[in-house]
Design a protein around this ligand. Structure first.
Ligand SMILES: [Cu+2]
Length: 742
């Protein structure tokens, strides 16, 4: 194995360093004045960093391997319908970039988009901070119509990939693979058989929807994706499957159902196609370099040719292990060996990537393209009501601290195993320097599936941006997942040691850049702070990252090559990663006896709301009530609001209102509203899914002026935008109509 000890990474050669420091000091000092409020990363701040010598100047003897990558918009139809796509050199995924250790990569990225910025991040590679490609944070963004040249030395072999770090571009196709071969003359691995072929396998998910529309659906708490995928939970479904008690127990605990994926996709792709074919002959051993480039999908990989032999994880070699079903999180890579059986001689052997929620799959057929396919085994049906059982499989592998320990449980391979981390061992020691100062930070992975606010320690990226780190220390991160979803956590610019209790000699702990943290579990990782400046650490589920589940690992001392004379830490410029995006939506219900509606504009935790109810079936009068409020979401239990109420139901036509909603057991929302005229209102609201599409909404309230009121509504979801509704209202009686979601 090629050592990737970060301290061995090449640096600026000593005689040149003072010269560059002096030159950069001259440029940066005035630049800092010109850019006092932009974290030193305005045009002038970038200019200073850009003047530092690039890899080709630092390593003039190294061979240069050059690529040009054009990011452009086109239309593609991998899921039947022709939809806008973003391609690299005309394809999804983009081309495989091949290098050798010791090469200098020179990659020209040309942004051929009409208006949008673009970026490419070289995922898993150790490289200088400026070359990491996270726009605004590490690297200047690439404006439309311009290009940027990246240069870095390849210091470690393995399977890696690249992708856009701008907005939701990755979901539309901006990703591709990187293969780094060992340095010329390196001996082959003694622990592997002869490898006859080497193929890249890029897994991804594809949607015919605009990813921005997906984000908006997720933020508004729409059930539509779950209905489409047949994973929506309901009372009847729970009863039929014999899990009514579990369903109610979960509701009483105020927990939302466990969720294996948020989005309903139109296709899953393997090298850009639902079904791909690659050549192989009987008896051959093939290395598959599997990359999960999906936006928000975990895959189970299985093979018709028998167990997969895992030989590398996240690019780093591991001692070979066999696994029947391999769970691959977003952003992870695994190199696996597949040996093609000798008989039948004419066959196409299926390597199948099945989504973790069983909503679809993509296949690779290895072998004779004309021969009948030998199907790969598939995971059993998803017991959506038996998530407690799924969770108890996870929990059974915990010790009392939440660490996943039980190697036997995984070795026995349940139908839906976790990633095989407990069995991953580096073939060579990976010990951290014993003398380095050590520090431990616990980070809770937090979030809310309905509100779709995802965070670390209950704080989104814009609320708390950094994890401070000191150069030279070993930082341990204990990641405690308090949510009902898996989160694939990725650290830029470093490999970390994945520490699994009782998993053998810790000196052989595997090195990774991404770790899956299962629901209600914890993982411990440790890394040597050997870099400088700022590096992103985030959930690689694209929509979670964009909703706030990210931090910047920020070196608290100025880097040695810095020209800054001040020792103060500059706040990282987070660009769009820090800014919660603003989305708006409107729900309108029109019925024969009344109309209700709710419109909102949401940014992060803040909403501007307009709600109304007006009835026209009352014999004596039509009544209306309109609330215009600002609300602030604190956590899944608490939301507070204040604003104005206009109504014709009482003597007071207009009043100022303020109040709060608290989530009670059984997911009942209790709202207290105080009015400036001295009146008060207390209400209880509960949504109960009777079937996947049929929901019962109960609302009762007591108002000091209006006394008791109640509404019972049945709503049947027809499509993403339409529901049929029927309701009985205490004031306006019985009626029916339609609800429209805009
Ligand atoms: Cu996540």
């Amino acid at each position: 194995m090629v050592s990737v000890h970060p301290s061995q990474r090449p640096r600026i050669s000593a005689p040149l360093a003072p010269l560059f420091l002096a030159l950069l000091a001259l440029i940066t000092i005035p630049a800092a004045h010109a850019c006092a409020n932009c974290g030193g990363k305005g045009k002038a701040g970038w200019l200073a960093r850009e003047l530092a010598p690039k890899a080709s100047a630092l390593f003039p003897a190294a061979p240069i391997t050059a690529y040009t990558l054009d990011i452009a918009e086109t239309t593609l139809s991998p899921a039947g319908r022709s939809v806008p796509a973003l391609t690299i050199n005309g394809t999804v995924p983009g081309p495989t970039l091949r290098f050798r250790v010791g090469d200098v990569a020179r990659i020209v990225v040309r942004n051929r988009l009409a208006a949008d910025e673009a970026s490419l991040h070289w995922h898993g590679l150790l490289l200088p901070n400026l070359e990491d490609g996270v726009p605004h944070l590490n690297t200047p963004p690439i404006p439309a119509g311009t290009e940027r040249t990246f240069e870095f030395l390849l210091t470690h072999a393995g399977t890696y990939w690249y992708h856009s770090h701008t907005g939701l571009q990755k979901q539309r196709g901006v990703y591709g693979s990187i293969v780094v071969e060992p340095a010329p003359g390196s001996p082959p691995r003694a622990d592997l058989p002869r490898i006859d072929r080497d193929h890249v396998v890029v897994l991804s998910d594809w949607t015919n929807e605009d990813p921005d529309a997906i984000m908006r659906s997720l933020l508004r708490g729409s059930d539509w994706f779950a209905i489409r995928k047949n994973t929506a939970q309901s009372l009847l479904g729970a009863y039929r499957s014999g899990h009514l008690r579990d369903f109610l127990k979960r509701e009483r605990a105020r927990m939302l159902p466990m969720d294996l994926s948020d989005v309903a996709y139109d296709a899953f792709l393997l090298n850009g196609q639902p079904v791909s074919r690659l050549p192989a002959r009987p008896g051959e051993t093939i290395r598959l370099r599997v990359i999960n480039a999906a936006g928000s999908t975990y895959f189970y990989l299985s093979s018709a040719a028998g167990p997969l032999t895992i030989i590398a994880a996240d690019g780093m070699d591991v001692a070979p292990i066999k696994q029947n079903r391999l769970l691959i999180g977003m952003a992870e890579t695994y190199d696996v060996l597949v040996t093609i059986p000798l008989s039948p001689a004419a066959a196409a052997w299926e390597i199948r990537a099945t989504t973790q929620d069983n909503s679809g799959h993509a296949s690779l057929l290895l072998g004779d393209p004309a021969a009948p396919a030998q199907p790969a085994p598939v995971p059993g049906p998803l017991a959506i009501y038996n998530m407690d059982a799924a969770l108890s499989v996870i929990l059974a592998q915990h010790d009392e601290t939440g660490d996943i320990t039980d190697a036997a449980a995984l070795a026995a391979e349940v139908d839906r195993p976790l990633p095989p981390y407990v069995r991953l061992r580096s073939p060579t020691p990976t010990t951290l320097p014993a003398a380095a100062p050590r520090r431990s930070v616990t980070l809770k992975l937090t979030g809310d599936m309905t509100r779709y606010l995802w965070s670390l320690d209950d704080r989104t990226m814009d609320e708390e941006s950094t994890i401070a780190v000191k150069k030279g220390e070993v930082l341990r991160l204990v990641l405690v997942n308090n949510t009902m979803m898996h989160h694939p956590m990725h650290l830029h610019g470093h490999f970390f040691w994945l520490l699994i209790p009782d998993a053998g000699d810790p000196a052989y702990a595997p090195l990774k850049h991404t770790v899956d943290v299962p629901p209600m579990s914890r993982r411990t990782i440790e890394f040597l702070a050997s870099e400088d400046r700022d590096w992103l650490f985030h959930c690689h589920l694209l929509y979670h990252m964009m909703a706030g589940m990210a931090r910047v690992v920020s070196y608290s001392e100025p880097p040695s090559s810095s020209t800054s004379t001040s020792t103060a830490v500059q706040a990282p410029n987070l660009g769009e990663h820090a800014k919660p995006h603003t989305y708006a939506w409107l729900d309108v219900t029109l019925q024969s006896h009344l109309s209700t509606g709710h419109g909102t504009v949401q940014t992060g935790r803040d909403n501007l709301n307009l709600s109304w109810e007006t009835g026209w079936a009352r014999v004596d009068d039509t009544g209306f009530e309109i609330d215009a409020t600002y609300s602030r979401y604190f956590n899944p239990r608490w939301t507070a609001f204040a604003g104005l109420r206009a109504a014709n139901l009482t003597a007071t036509r207009r009043s100022v209102i303020a109040g709060a909603t608290y989530r009670l057991p059984y997911l009942v929302d209790f709202t207290t509203t105080l009015q400036s005229n001295g009146d008060a209102r207390f209400s209880l609201a509960k949504n109960l899914p009777l079937t996947a599409r049929l929901g019962l909404q109960l609302h009762v309230e007591y108002d000091t002026a209006l006394r008791f009121a109640s509404t019972v509504t049945l709503a049947y979801t027809v499509s993403k935008t339409i529901s049929f509704v029927a309701s009985h209202d205490g004031d306006y009686g019985l009626g029916a109509g339609v609800a429209v979601r805009f």
